[in-house]
Write a new protein. Structure first.
Length: 513
């Protein structure tokens, strides 16, 4: 007769994945799997509860996988699911004897009383499947890491891609009853009403654009596209400067095209209103040196964070963005530019599929972090062959139609002066410095064209309503001077430069100016 100690020792051994010999069992629960399958054949609506949670491979036992495949086929054909129909479907699939015959199917239904807890049980089965996937993933990565012929950077990219795939299989978010959401919406409306600006989102510093969008909204993916030399980078840098200096909004810039030093030089040129060529050469007059040293102080304290990692993957971006939001409370993300990103570690049939995956992931990231994300994008050459003023259209977005679908807002930058090579348009209107910011898609608002003033010497965009001759002070300059006079700077925030995840901050003392 089996002793009590032996029986207890056997019970603990069966429940634990670790045995005395050191071997391990994959995470699984045979009883739960049988309970779920039995419940699916007892209640006619049970399949609708678990169809988005489970798939055949979620079950560990091969016989259970074949049975769920039969149930899945019946559910897809909207046929009744019970012991008899499942048995017949298995016979049709040729797997009835493989799973144990009709007797085993009848035993499954006899082991459960109802489908009352099928949702909870199904989620446990799904979680154990994810655990098995993680174990398999870790084992593969470990084996490749021991192989010194593998490049570590490539292996990291592959690991990120595979882990992202596994995370996408996780249990979906439950639905939410509308009442608490209405409360959040009312609070947001009240907060917007209490603001002097009347905006519900983040201010860009461009008044007409802010009126059109009510500010950049949380969870929005904004695509800003243009042909080369239209000023995409200049616009987002001007906007980042406005937001960080004027409104103290923490902004992160991921630059895949330019180095952090190049970006900072352009920021200095824009903020100090000094020509870029003079910044590069250092040939400044005594007055310009004074202008540089007095105005650059505002960039020292601005909550601007720059990462210039080349060929950044979407998985690296997710990791770094989460850290920036968590550690620096970043509220606005800029990516320059989308087509230079990649999804390393994942295989695609074409570049279009990869870009589609990247744009979809950016939208998911914006929603996850609840911040607006701006991604710059290139346009294809069809714009250049157009004869109607060469205004860009949604169909001109390069490499993927998914960009247009995933984005909440799609904008274009168009400078008529660049194409017409004239100071006036066909109607005789002065177009010197005119930049049209075209909002072509706006998921939660209207579309329109916004006039901005482009100042090429400083690679800077200003409000068109400022309406000052080129080279004179602007509203932005007045704001900077006012800040300087009042000493109204925010301590503790420094310009960040660096292509690594460390995001090393530079203080005013060790900045190269």
């Amino acid at each position: 007769m089996e002793t009590t100690n032996n029986r207890n020792r056997r019970t603990k051994s069966d429940q634990s994945p670790l045995y005395e010999g050191g071997g391990r069992l994959q995470p699984r629960d045979k009883d739960l799997e049988e309970a779920v399958l039995g419940a699916l054949m007892l209640e006619k609506d049970a399949y609708t509860i678990v169809c988005d949670i489970l798939k055949p491979e979620s079950f560990y036992e091969p016989a259970h996988q074949r049975i769920y495949e039969a149930i899945q086929s019946l559910g897809a054909a909207q046929r009744p699911i019970d012991m008899l129909t499942v048995t017949e479907q298995l016979r049709h699939n040729g797997t009835l004897e493989e799973v144990g015959g009709p007797l085993f199917i009848s035993q499954l239904t006899s082991r459960v009383a109802s489908a009352a807890h099928i949702d909870y049980h199904a989620r446990i089965v799904a979680q154990k499947y994810l655990a098995r996937e993680l174990i398999s993933f870790a084992s593969q990565i470990e084996a490749k890491a021991f192989d010194e012929s593998n490049d570590v950077d490539d292996l990291l990219q592959e690991a990120e891609g595979r882990l992202f795939e596994i995370s996408q299989r996780n249990v979906k978010k439950d639905v939410t009853q509308i009442d608490p959401v209405i409360g959040q919406a009312i609070e947001q409306i009240q907060a917007a009403a209490n603001r002097t600006s009347g905006l519900s989102g983040l201010e860009s510093g461009y008044h007409d654009l802010d009126k059109l969008t009510s500010g950049w909204q949380p969870s929005d993916l904004i695509i800003i596209a243009a042909r080369p030399a239209m000023g995409k980078t200049a616009f987002v840098l001007s906007m980042a400067r406005n937001m960080a200096i004027n409104y103290n909004i923490p902004v992160a810039i991921f630059s895949l095209e330019m180095s952090n030093l190049q970006l900072v030089n352009r920021l200095i040129s824009s903020t100090c209103e000094l020509e870029g060529e003079k910044i590069k050469s250092g040939r400044l007059s005594p007055m310009e040196w004074d202008q540089l040293m007095s105005r650059v102080k505002h960039l020292y304290s601005a909550p601007l964070y720059i990462d210039d990692t080349p060929s950044l993957s979407i998985f690296e971006l997710r990791t770094k963005a989460r850290r920036l939001v968590r550690e620096h409370n970043v509220k606005f993300l800029i990516i320059d530019y989308l087509q230079l990103m990649n999804a390393s570690g994942m295989r695609f049939g074409s570049r279009e599929q990869e870009v589609s995956m990247i744009s979809r992931s950016l939208k998911q990231l914006a929603k996850e972090l609840s911040i607006p994300i701006v991604a710059l994008s290139q346009l294809n050459r069809s714009v250049e062959s157009r004869t109607d003023g060469k205004r860009p259209q949604l169909s001109d977005l390069r490499e993927s139609g998914a960009i247009e679908q995933d984005a909440d807002i799609v904008c274009f930058i168009h400078r008529p002066e660049y194409y017409l090579r004239s100071d006036t348009d066909a109607n005789g209107n002065d177009i010197r410095g005119l930049a049209e910011f075209i909002v072509a898609k706006h998921r939660s608002g209207s579309v329109d064209d916004v006039k901005l003033r482009f100042r090429p010497k400083f690679a800077r965009f200003d409000n068109w309503s400022d309406d000052m001759p080129m080279g004179q002070s602007t509203t932005m300059e007045s704001s900077l001077n006012q800040l300087m006079g009042n000493g109204n700077t925010t301590p503790g925030n420094n310009v960040l430069s660096g292509g690594n995840a460390d995001f090393l901050q530079q203080s005013g003392e060790d900045a190269p100016f």
